[in-house]
Design a protein around this ligand. Structure first.
Ligand SMILES: [Zn+2]
Ligand SMILES: [Zn+2]
Length: 151
C-alpha cells in the first residue's frame, strides 16, 4: 500500500488528494490475512505533511472461541493518520500526541504498517460467530448450535 505523493508536498494547505484500492489480500501477520474490499485514502495537505483519513472495509475469517467454527466478519474502520514529510520536517515540528503519526518522504508513502497496526488494535478480545453461540459440549464435543446431545 504505497503511494507516490510527489508534488503534493508543494501544494497549499487544504489541498485534497484521494486514492483508493479494492479487492486486495493483505497480510496482517504470519497467520492472518484480511481481504480488503475497499479502502479510501483522503490526503489532506496540512502543515508539515498531510492528515490522512482512511476508510477501510474488510472481510476477515475468524474461528469462534466457543464452537471453533470458521466465520467471516466484515469490519468497517475509519481512522486518521498524521503524515509528516521528512523533507520538510524539522526538530521544531510539534508532533501531535495521541494520533497515529509517521514520517515518510512524499515519493514513497507506505501505509501498510500503519494499517496493520490499526487492524490488530481493533481485534475483539473474544471472537464469537454469534452472541448466542452455544459452543461445544464439554463432555462429548458436539456443536450445540447444530445438535443437542444426550449428556
Ligand atoms: Zn460459535
Ligand atoms: Zn454432550
Amino acid at each position: 500500500m504505497q503511494f507516490n505523493l510527489s508534488g503534493f508536498e508543494n501544494s497549499t494547505n487544504g489541498t485534497i488528494k484521494k486514492e483508493s484500492i479494492s479487492n486486495l489480500a493483505f497480510d496482517v501477520n504470519a497467520d492472518r490475512i484480511i481481504q480488503i474490499k475497499d479502502c479510501l485514502f483522503i490526503f489532506n495537505r496540512v502543515n508539515n505533511g498531510a492528515l490522512i483519513e482512511i476508510q477501510l472495509t474488510n472481510d476477515e475469517i475468524f474461528n469462534c472461541d466457543r464452537c471453533l467454527c470458521e466465520f467471516t466478519a466484515t469490519s468497517i474502520n475509519n481512522f486518521y493518520v498524521e503524515l509528516i514529510f521528512d523533507n520538510i520536517y524539522s526538530e521544531q515540528t510539534a508532533i501531535p500526541i495521541g494520533e497515529l503519526v509517521f514520517k515518510s518522504n512524499p515519493e514513497q508513502v507506505d501505509l501498510s504498517e500503519i494499517i496493520r497496526q490499526h487492524v490488530i488494535s481493533t481485534y475483539p478480545m473474544k471472537s464469537l460467530c454469534k452472541e448466542s453461540c452455544k459452543g461445544l459440549c464439554s463432555n462429548c464435543g458436539v456443536n450445540l448450535n447444530q445438535h443437542a446431545c444426550m449428556c
